[in-house]
Design a protein around this ligand. Sequence first.
Ligand code: GDP
Ligand code: GDP
Length: 498
Amino acid sequence: MGSLPLVAIIGRPNVGKSTLFNRLTGTRRAIVGDEPGITRDRIYGEVEWQSRRFELVDTGGIVPDDEAVIPANIFKQAGFAIDKSEAIVWVVDARAGVTPLDEEIAVLLRNTSKPVFIAANKVESKKVEDEAGEFYRFGFELMPVSAEHGTGVGDLLDKLIEELDLSELAAVGDGELQKPARKRGRYAQLYLSDDFSDAPRDKDVDGVALANARASAISPTDTIHLAIIGRPNVGKSSLLNQLLGEERVIVSPIAGTTRDSIDTSLAADGRDFVLIDTAGIRRKGKTTEMTEKLSVIMARKALERADVAILIIDAVEGVTNLDANIAGYAVDSGCSVIIAVNKWDAIEEKVTNTIYQFEDKLRQQMKFLDWAPVVSISALTGQRVQKVLPLVAKAFDARNVRIPTAQLNKFFEDNISQPKGGTAPTTAKGAPAQLRVKYITQGGTRPPLFVLFTAGGNKGGLHFSYLRYVENRLRDEFEFFATPIRLKERRKAAASAR
Ligand code: GDP
Ligand code: GDP
């Protein structure tokens, strides 16, 4: 297999992997059969695009369509792709929507720092394309394609070439994580110093905009449901105890809606919280593996009911795969997320830079959470624990924000209707856009949802990167602290359309 960079196609059966493989490789397809170490369920080919070449492998080649072996096989595919490839194309069936197997794949793919592109396949109508937006929540770049008709495939190739270029330059050693040139998401604000305001929600960074916006929506009497999540031993119970002990305003424990968790209500700082205790399950007599599984199950359960999640990471051990799994569920849930790096007391020889270095690494491993702030704490000594609930309240307020129409219209005028250099909407096909965003409205809160109404252009719809631009501008303008933002495109059918 020469020295060409390798791109792996993965995905569940029947989504169109082989069709895409054939489309990408064209006549260059080369099946490598019986070489040692290469099993026959992987098919290799070469792709040439814009005078660049890479090698492509379809990891799901010849596998029986047997329900029982599918998950195991996907595990294998993903493992191979994560280990051996420079970039991953995850093919999904946009017509079928997100399936449980896709959820599993998403979890696996979050464990890699390698670039992952979702090829949302079988997009041959506007309706299906809208539905493909559902996959956006996995946090990877999404490209609507039709492997059968070839639409969107050029864009996908452009992206791959762009990505590989960088990894080629950087892949001197083992390649993994060595991607200095990669564009990273913009980091959310980092909280590390003790001079951080104790009442941040009264001093929002962007001041006026948020203050005005909030006035229309927030009722401070709302109870904030808070989940403390994380893998075993990161310090969930310790933080819970600290929070309760510190505030000393415990109302008695009340029964949770699930049997295994005890909710505790707590009034602090003029706000009402309900702490959903995911540490409720004790691990005595359980295996490590079982405890780990339980931590994920408990996190998912708690996230269902929570507004805000504190995701605890162990500062000493760093981010593990399990952390990333749990973080992924937090993103999917639509909760606001604050990342607490705990056991900060146990880090020896800290220098000013230490938290930045830690954060930098953490961000690489959890790219999909780039809007979540990081705070370093010690649940043991109580260091900075008093920062936590104010951050939670601030996150809660942000997710409830409803931007007044006048402000949103101004935002539209400034950022969308008169695009500045390079920020005009492009279609997914990359064709010169007659595509226009007509207006933007806020469709909901918790988390904030914005709808972009578009018209004109070809079938492509708004490009992922354009949505990203709008999201970033919204974040700059309105400071959706610690909160995911959902964007939706709604397309007005062209007059000529049937
Ligand atoms: P794989 O099992 O993931 O490799 O999927 P295949 O490539 O074998 O495709 C599964 C089915 O989906 C086949 O019937 C294909 O004809 C169909 N298919 C693949 N790509 C497309 C597409 O872009 N549009 C439509 N409508 N069908 C497709
Ligand atoms: P949980 O399983 O996530 O609920 O974790 P626990 O709260 O039970 O804590 C697991 C272990 O980590 C216990 O031995 C705690 O004493 C220890 N621990 C928790 N927080 C800290 C901290 O901030 N610093 C240090 N050094 N140890 C901590």
